[in-house]
Write a protein that binds this ligand. Sequence first.
Ligand code: FAD
Length: 287
Amino acid sequence: TRSIPAMVEADAPSFSFEFFPPRDDAAEAQLWEAIRRLEKLSPSFVSITYGAGGGTRDRTVRVTERILEATSLTPMAHLTCVGHSVAELRHVVGHYASVGVRNILALRGDPQGGLGQPWTRHPEGLDHADELVALIRTLGDFTVGVAAFPDGHPESHGFAEDAETLVRKEAAGAEFAITQMVFDVDHYLRLRDEVARRGSSLPIVPAIMPITNARQVVRMAELAGQPMPTAVTDRLARHGDDPAGVREEGLAIATEASRRLLEEGAPGIHFITMNRSSATLEVFGNL
Ligand code: FAD
């Protein structure tokens, strides 16, 4: 199998799918149904996010391992520094090495009190994602990705810091980056071009979330710590309480953004699936 950096840097665009660890058995069944359907598209890789608390963290490890064992897919595990000592981080990464998971997305994670609260590191832990990248690179033959923020990270002091942070993560050993959800393609292009201007060749893969209902929109904006562009919310608002209309518009918005990103030379598209397959399948089909 090819490495994720090789797939991301290939001539043909990469495409990948993101899942989150299921909360219970019913959610796990739904996740596996989505994985099986999306597996048929032969994505470049799939990723599994890392939760805030112990139980969901074990499930991230379990699902990642199972994807490796039971499917043809290349899994990438997300990992955060939140609440972990360096010894615990080494343990998780060592476990991945032992079962053959080779790809990790290295993240700091959000402050434990939630967005807007100050970040406090574990007393024996790490402060920033670049330190986690460096740690993982010392622990085995891993390819390591990092997060990028075209709309600005909520704690950042401006666009220059967001670009500089990415360059620093690349210097620490990151081989590709994945963005937060992109709704404004110009913001993605601005960050990509600024990072390149600073001499970086880090491939930055934009993430797309096909919106399928109005509640999701509010929730996503909260999670990202910033409002969605009015160009997007206005288009969705036109459909009022009509769920089919909102869904169709949401998928059109995702399709248009993906098309433009690829036309502008983005190395691929990372789909945030919410553990369901149909919206992603439709947007992928449109492309
Ligand atoms: P960092 O790179 O450490 O950046 C955090 C802040 O510190 C930024 O403002 C940055 O500019 C600044 N900074 C960075 N390095 C330094 C330095 N050396 N010195 C001074 N300042 C610095 N969260 C989860 O909990 N689980 C997940 O699975 C998850 N997956 C994600 C996937 C993607 C693609 C993205 C974009 C985000 C994801 N997140 C996830 C959210 C992420 O953990 C948060 O946004 C977090 O607040 C920032 O993480 P980071 O890795 O970018 O941190």
